[in-house]
Design a protein around this ligand. Structure first.
Ligand SMILES: [Zn+2]
Length: 134
């Protein structure tokens, strides 16, 4: 099987990936002053404008809010998997993340419960996989 493209992440997105890889589980940025989740990671809180934050481990479970099915990909590794679904998962804590899945598109449904698994490709990048909830 062809290896998947691994992007070079930077700035706060890099910090998010590094925190997740170091913890071995999904971490999300959270405002240190008001507790609001920030995703995608950003410098200032949309609620209280604080610049203080940290990356906090979350349970890693959630619900499929939306998804798209791809029939073609420019990445040969993903083309081998086509058609495949990319999911928007609303975490139980509230923020939404993008995740890939090994579920067939016909097995994916809005409202389906999933557990997120970290696939560390390096110290600087992790792929989020959504598996059926256990
Ligand atoms: Zn805040």
């Amino acid at each position: 099987m062809t290896s998947m493209f691994t992007p070079d992440t930077e700035w706060l997105t890099l910090e998010w990936h590094q925190a997740t890889v170091a913890a071995g589980r999904l971490c999300m940025q959270r405002c240190s002053d008001c507790g609001r989740w920030r995703h995608p990671p950003r410098r200032y809180c949309a609620e209280c404008f604080s610049s203080e934050s940290s990356f906090v481990a979350v349970a890693g479970s959630g619900t499929v809010e939306s998804y798209a099915v791809s029939y073609r990909s420019l990445d040969p590794a993903w083309q081998e998997r086509a058609p495949y679904a990319t999911l928007v998962v609303e975490l139980d804590e509230g923020p939404r993340v993008l995740a890939v899945t090994e579920l067939q598109p016909s097995e994916v449904a809005i409202g389906r419960r999933v557990d997120l698994r970290i696939d560390a490709r390096s110290d600087d990048f992790a792929v989020l996989w959504a598996d059926p909830a256990t």
